[in-house]
Ligand binder design. Sequence first.
Ligand SMILES: NC(=O)c1ccc[n+]([C@@H]2O[C@H](COP(=O)([O-])OP(=O)(O)OC[C@H]3O[C@@H](n4cnc5c(N)ncnc54)[C@H](O)[C@@H]3O)[C@@H](O)[C@H]2O)c1
Length: 353
Amino acid sequence: MKIVVTGGAGFIGSAVCRYLVRETPAFVINVDKLTYAANLRSLEAIANSPNYSFVKADICDRAAMDAVFRAQRPDIVMHLAAESHVDRSISGSDAFIHTNVLGTHCLLEAARAYWTSLPEPQAQDFRFLHVSTDEVYGSLGADGAFCEATAYDPSSPYSASKAAADHLANAWFRTYGLPVVISNCSNNYGPFHFPEKLIPLVVLNALEGKPLPVYGDGSNVRDWLYVEDHARALYLIARRGRPGEKYNVGGRNERSNLSVVESICDILDELRPQTESRRRLITFVTDRPGHDHRYAIDAGKLERELGWRAAETFDTGLAKTVRWYLDNRAWWEPLRNGVYAGERLGLLSAAGP
Ligand SMILES: NC(=O)c1ccc[n+]([C@@H]2O[C@H](COP(=O)([O-])OP(=O)(O)OC[C@H]3O[C@@H](n4cnc5c(N)ncnc54)[C@H](O)[C@@H]3O)[C@@H](O)[C@H]2O)c1
């Protein structure tokens, strides 16, 4: 079984590649443009495996995507390539529309051309898994959870671009019959996470004694999922999910941003004790424009239909994650000193635009 993973050098994509190569019989072809968010060091452990290969290519390049399908003849596409950081999408939305919307369109068309050329039964067994986010559903009030039937109501340029891509993927199933399955997952965390996102940023700032920025009053709630649980879910959905269906993925781990930051401080205080708690570094900063208040995922369909369960609780997963950053300075130090040093992104300037 051959699986093309797009965006396999990113945070979740690299976890998917590591999982597929180590735990499944799949041959993995990682297709990635290598943007600032990519890191081939996250793939070092599998880079020389006989069932792994890497192709540097842009999903917006139709000729390159056609060449990948022609050369690799995949049974499954797991499409994760995207611009993924909400704050960056506020500062500049172009790359988000380009990759997330136009790139997904390009990949769907290349997949359709390839799929149309397949004989039976390969055509029937082919799957295109479009990997998306719970952010397409917008914001929840104090109660309830997103289910697969929840109406789309995205708030940020990032979530709007992902919502547009989901609609395209769904339309390619309804109109052309391309065997598309869509997954919508909550916030991921874990090892190899680029340090612009909340959890790794706070771990590294706390280690370096820097302020720990908490947006607004810290009451925004996210439903956290350990990245390796997500990787397992994606393989199951790609193999056994029904074409034309959506599956929500989430760990039933709702936490306010403030409590996430406090937990990281407490874990670090235990592992690397100091005279004063790192909680003293918590600093409330200007909120994100359009900040969704609460996300929560009902993953009941995935649990019932495909028998998936998250293996990590937030407490076990967070402790593993913090320890990983302590043990893997060589992975993150070059990023902090070069690609992204922790500066605030996504604030609207008074001068516009
Ligand atoms: N991070 C989360 O919490 C989360 C939650 C739910 C869903 N998702 C979705 O999962 C996917 C992966 O997210 P992530 O956090 O790993 O993202 P990431 O930013 O860490 O990685 C994205 C990867 O895509 C690659 N890429 C970007 N543009 C490309 C292009 N035009 N062509 C080829 N490759 C390109 C990058 O080089 C990078 O390796 C995204 O589609 C995202 O929307 C993320």
